[in-house]
Design a protein around this ligand. Structure first.
Ligand code: AMP
Ligand code: ZN
Length: 495
């Protein structure tokens, strides 16, 4: 299976056979969150897409070193190179240390990742933990004449870079396009050309998050941290670099220019970009006011939501589309996703309960072939640039067979032990390990216990002591003690 995987490389704009630089190791870098506000559901979609890629590569047997950074310098959020540091602004507003803001939102981000069963990366480096390395990379660029200093700020010289390289390879944009989005330079601007971008910015007196550097007190530019941390942990050229589509330009384009400029090596072999979660066709984003937070989704407390939706319903909803397509949020599709998720989830319970006991040797060749094909189709779909949407439709076909085994419409003996096990294993592995879908625990388990206590009371009043003992015994097996007191009956966890 290893050699069948194909990935759409946004750099070459082609689907390419995946050949890691040093198999069986795979280096993957994904741009992580900025930690001065809560992550919204759009961000979740991007991190979920890379979670699937991480899970599937791992399943195929690759040893993946997955690096996802934390952007904890609230520096230049745009290439305008101006404005207040977002983390510092929040810290001032709330009378906190910037690092308290960073800590709060980093913990919040981790909670959200856990909620949606998104696995932690192998390394989660922070921008503030790598200031020294960022300074060193600027020094290299200065040595190569690709960076220049003006008044304590350092800029990347895009035109100079373009003399020997091509800026814009990834996004297909030219310097003229870059200029289109920029206002004219004025006397207060330090940079020489509009297209240049900041590597280091001089900090004003009031600026809180600043560090010493050869150019005075300042802070690193937006694009630099990813170049530095990916190089440090994965090498100058590594396998996969990813992020949301909106990072392709200018963020990733600038990363390429920095790495090629400093080391004459392209940073990544495969570039992967996930598409956006939209609301009524518009990108979900905080600034547009159409974003909602995971907890609003779970409680249903948002004007866009008809009802609450569970995290696994949302996970399933997102996996029903390919990562490279836009996905539009709607209550109808979430409601449909809830049904789909519950079907898959019920299938997990059934699949685990089924055991092969038969002795018969003759099998139904047609059935065996059908199941073999279905299992292979699951791999084929994932191998085709991680097509989770198609994989799910094949899993539903596998599930039909599992349900038929459960109800007796299909005999395990018709499949034979090998195919029977293949059916069950493929279903469990794909749903749980590769798609990361898990059963959600019953929130109403206390109500279930109350119902059981009612049965106990009834059995006791009818003097059906065998039933009374059975209920007590079965509860004990799961660590619950039934407390039959003078005036009331209750339950407690066994101490
Ligand atoms: P940020 O914290 O804003 O840098 O975003 C973190 C990640 O989420 C980046 O990879 C973004 O490209 C991605 N992202 C932001 N908005 C959306 C959206 N509406 N849909 C999918 N991904 C998004
Ligand atoms: Zn980045």
């Amino acid at each position: 299976m290893l050699n069948d995987l194909k990935i759409f490389n946004t750099l070459t704009r082609q689907k390419e056979r995946f050949e890691p630089i040093t198999p069986p190791y795979v280096g993957m870098y994904v741009c992580g969150p900025t930690v001065y506000s809560d992550v919204h559901l759009g961000n979740v979609r991007t991190f979920l897409s890379f979670d699937i890629i991480y899970r599937y590569l791992t399943h195929l047997g690759y040893k993946v070193r997955y690096v996802r950074n934390i952007t904890d310098v609230g520096h230049l959020e745009s290439d305008a190179d101006e404005g207040e540091d977002k983390i510092a602004r929040k810290a001032k507003l709330e009378n906190l240390e910037p690092m308290e803001i960073v800590q709060r939102y980093t913990l919040g981000f981790h909670k959200v990742m856990d909620l949606f069963n998104i696995l932690p990366p192998s390394i989660e480096p922070t921008a503030t933990g790598h200031i020294q390395e960022q300074i060193e990379m600027i020094r290299i660029l200065e040595d190569k004449n690709l960076a220049y200093e003006v008044n304590g700020s350092v800029y990347f010289n895009v035109n100079k870079y373009n003399e020997t390289n091509r800026y814009g390879l990834l996004s297909g944009r030219k310097i003229d396009d870059l200029l289109a989005g920029q206002r004219e330079l004025n006397a207060q601007d330090d940079k020489r050309n509009r297209e240049d971008f900041a590597l280091w910015k001089k900090a004003s007196q009031e600026h809180i998050m600043k560090w010493n550097s050869p150019w005075g007190k300042g802070f690193p530019g937006w694009h630099l941290e990813c170049s530095v941390m990916s190089t440090k942990y994965l090498g100058k050229t590594f396998d996969i670099h990813g992020g949301g589509m909106d990072l392709k330009f200018p963020h990733h384009e600038c990363e390429i220019a920095q790495s090629v400029g400093a080391y004459q090596q392209a940073p990544a072999k495969y570039w992967m970009h996930t598409n956006m979660l939209t609301v009524n066709g518009q990108k979900m984003s905080k600034s547009l006011g159409n974003s909602f937070l995971p907890e609003e989704l779970i409680t249903g407390s948002h004007q866009l939501l008809d009802q609450p939706y569970s995290p696994m319903t949302v996970r399933f909803f997102m996996l029903q589309s390919h990562y490279s397509s836009t996905l539009d949020f709607s209550n109808d599709s979430l409601k449909a996703a809830m049904k789909g998720y519950l079907k898959l989830s019920n299938g997990l319970k059934i699949a685990r309960s089924l055991k092969f006991h038969e002795k018969q040797v003759a099998v139904n060749e047609k059935q065996v072939e059908e199941i073999d094909q279905l299992c292979d189709q699951c791999y084929a779909a994932m191998n085709d640039d991680f097509n989770t949407a198609l994989t799910i439709s094949h899993l539903f076909n596998l599930l039909k067979n599992i349900n038929n085994l459960h109800t007796g419409k299909l005999n395990a003996s018709d499949l034979g032990e090998k195919t029977f096990n293949k059916l069950i294993d493929t279903y469990l592995i794909f749903v749980q390990d590769i798609l990361g879908i898990k059963e959600e625990t019953l929130e109403n388990h206390e109500h279930l216990l109350d119902i059981l206590l009612d049965f106990y009371r009834e059995a006791k009043s009818q003097k059906a002591y065998d039933k009374v003992d059975m209920i007590r015994g079965r509860l004990k097996e799961i660590g619950i003690v039934l407390k039959d007191m003078k005036n009331q009956i209750d339950w407690a966890y066994e101490e």
